[in-house]
Ligand binder design. Sequence first.
Ligand code: 6PG
Length: 238
Amino acid sequence: MSKPRVIACADRQTVARRARELVSAQIVATVSRRHVFHLALAGGSTPQPLYERLAADPWCVPWPAVRFYFGDERCVSPDDPESNYRMARETLLDRLPIAGEQIERMRAEDRDRERAAADYVRKLPLKLDLVLLGLGTDGHTASLFPDSPAVRDQQRRVVVTTGPKPPHERLTITPPVLRDADELLVLVTGAEKANVLKQVLLGDWNPHVLPAQLARRGTWIIDREAAGELPSGGFEED
Ligand code: 6PG
């Protein structure tokens, strides 16, 4: 299991700055070779400063070549305050020079959740270039929650799941999608994440209990508060 690259920044804004630099550089490099970039966005609150920074200077990235996906979505209307799509639309997507066809939204509000999951599988590329992820205090990432059937699913690529974090019903990508992705970038901020972050990064391999360990091979950009229980020297200083 390759070691995670961990970059510790002073605070949430420097996490967002460093993440913007990394995401922008990956998009520019990949688009120069393959003329397209498949990016899966994370939900929750942590990525919002990153999205706002990416939107603030829209011309530094070839956005017309980027196709946007979602790692998970709550089963609510797309204009619900709890919708990951709404959050991404307001902080990033509405502010970029892109066409609506570049955004592949999870239709998690559909009454037939299983059909919505199957439809999304057909929209996902076989390999995402970059998956943005967060970390829950219980060790979940995307909507892969501890001991859930979704975290054990090695066949399907998008499934319906429920979790303890409301809204409880969700669609989520599964471990095979994380496994096949070129790059994983996890953003973690706040002292409340320090203990689970140490367990995820340094604990025994047990992704059914700590699903965020599925991103252990990725790059983790964290703030000082989240780094509070990591051994000094266990990460790069920004
Ligand atoms: C979601 C996210 C979820 C999130 C973590 C961290 O839909 O809620 O996919 O995995 O990344 O729960 O959430 P915060 O960034 O709000 O701490």
